[in-house]
Design a protein around this ligand. Structure first.
Ligand code: SIN
Length: 474
């Protein structure tokens, strides 16, 4: 594995070692994986300057060139999916098979962006005046600062970087300090793909220092961030000083609603996929399971039988379905949510055992009350709280009763209800009889305090361009 470890900063297409280092730890074993270079103010400045110089060239590159570079990078990501998967499992903890799927998911964003690079077409508008023509061109927004999370250390990087490159932007990336190795490996693959100098720069270090520099620096024209709502608000407020474009993919508290007319097998399968992906550490995973009262007991019992079969362990063990949580504070937060719900009257229906280290047994809570902390906060762990509701109005009220608005899921066979709920749920994404939403060709993002803007799909590219209108008189 050692030959796959890149531990320096990546600035102007060169590896830069610093004296100050930070440690990356395997969440399954607690063992140190690597010491990684820590960017100080000089390195942060060098990375931004490198992207600024690269932008001047890249913005004038042809769409064909941008497409071809991305295609090459995509092929290399697919060819190295096993190396990437091993890195993901080692630093993030998810099971190896899931990690390999993440590598392919990451490649799909690059492939999609390569295809879109050649389709960012301008338009000609019929003019309101004689002897004039109006045209609109889409130009790259400029240098982009991207801040990515630890829960998808490869896919969230490509979801941001690839459309930015397709649009003609250059990038300074700050991956999570918990999982920088996967991102640095992507930089290695970008070198093999012969990306131009300075197109991608990767730095890690003090999050607050780097975030403040990104938001206040006039050379950076766009910030794209995935992470907590708390940090997203800071970045948005700080970006006001230089009036940057900002895209934020923030927290969620997804309701997962099962009506009595649903196909229960389908709903259970969807819930298992949605809830336990990456040990429940995704922003779109079910955080509140709402089950109609008439089927509540049967649903809970069948769900318990399925959850009881999940194996918790090291992601490198092929029997593992659920890896560790990312760190102790992640586990403690999930445990605090369990304790709080039980104190307020919920039943600990299954699991809840502390399995040592960062491991937590998947947990089902039943008869959870609406004042439980997990109704207001995202749990980010393998905890499945089941609420009950009497009718559709109550289900919709409960589903929307949160400041978040990222994803929602519902299962029903009533087609009229499907249309009603598609309108009344206050979220950016809805799974109807589906527990899976994510893909490269869809606009991923939320409303309310879940964020601003969209990633993926056609809207994902338009986050990185500005419309420039020209009035031509002849
Ligand atoms: C996330 O949890 O931030 C992203 C999940 C996904 O892309 O499916």
């Amino acid at each position: 594995m050692q030959e796959n470890l890149f531990t320096d900063l990546f600035i102007n297409s060169k590896w830069v070692k610093t004296n100050k280092q930070y440690v990356v730890t395997n969440p399954a074993t607690g063992q140190q994986i690597a010491s990684v270079s820590h960017a100080g103010s000089d390195e942060i400045e060098a990375a931004i300057q490198s992207a600024t110089v690269a932008f001047k060239v890249w913005k004038n590159s042809s769409a064909k060139t941008r497409c071809e570079k991305l295609q090459k990078w995509c092929q290399l990501i697919i060819a190295h999916k096993e190396q990437l998967a091993a890195l993901i499992t080692m630093e993030c903890g998810k099971p190896l098979k899931e990690a390999a799927n993440e590598a392919l998911y990451a490649a799909s964003f690059v492939e999609w962006a390569a295809e879109q690079a050649r389709r960012i077409d301008g338009v000609i508008i019929d003019s309101h005046m004689p002897n004039t023509e109006i045209n609109v061109a889409y130009e790259p927004v400029g240098v982009v600062a991207a801040i990515t999370p630890w829960n998808f250390p490869v896919a969230m990087v490509t979801r941001k970087i690839a459309p930015a490159i397709a649009a003609g932007c250059s990038i300074v990336l700050k991956p999570s300090e918990l999982t920088p190795l996967s991102a640095l490996y992507l930089a290695h693959l970008a070198l093999l793909a012969e990306f131009p100098e300075g197109l991608i720069n990767i730095i890690g270090g003090d999050s607050a220092e780097i975030g403040a520099k990104f938001t206040h620096d006039e050379r950076i024209r766009k910030i794209t961030f995935t992470g907590s709502t708390r940090v997203g608000k800071i970045l948005l407020a700080d970006s006001a000083s230089t009036l940057k474009r900002v895209s934020l993919e923030l927290g969620g508290n997804a309701p997962f609603i099962i009506f009595e007319d649903a196909d229960m097998d389908e709903a259970l399968a969807g819930l298992m996929q949605c809830k336990f992906r990456n040990a429940g550490q995704t922003c779109v995973c079910a955080n509140r399971i709402l089950v109609q009262q008439s089927i509540y007991d049967e649903f809970a019992a069948r769900f318990k039988n399925m959850v009881a079969k999940l194996n918790v362990g090291n992601g490198f063990d092929e029997n593992t379905n659920i890896g560790p949580l990312i760190n102790l504070s992640g586990k403690q937060k999930a445990q605090a949510h369990i304790k709080d719900a039980v104190n307020k009257g919920a039943t600990l229906y299954f699991g809840g055992e502390d399995l040592g280290g960062n491991f937590l047994q998947p947990t089902i809570l039943t008869h959870v009350t609406d004042d439980a902390l997990l109704c207001r906060e995202e749990t980010f762990g393998p905890v499945a709280p089941i609420f009950s509701f009497i009718d559709e109005d109550e289900a919709v009220y409960k589903a929307n009763n949160t400041k978040f608005g990222l994803a929602a899921y519902f299962f029903t066979s009533d087609y009229k209800r499907i249309h009603r709920l598609k309108r009344s749920l206050e979220v950016g994404m809805i799974g109807v009889n589906s527990g899976v939403l994510s893909a490269e060709n869809v606009p991923f993002g939320g409303v309310k305090e879940s964020g601003l803007g969209r990633e993926g799909g056609k809207p994902g590219i338009y986050e990185f361009v500005e419309a420039k209108y020209t009035m031509n008189k002849f």
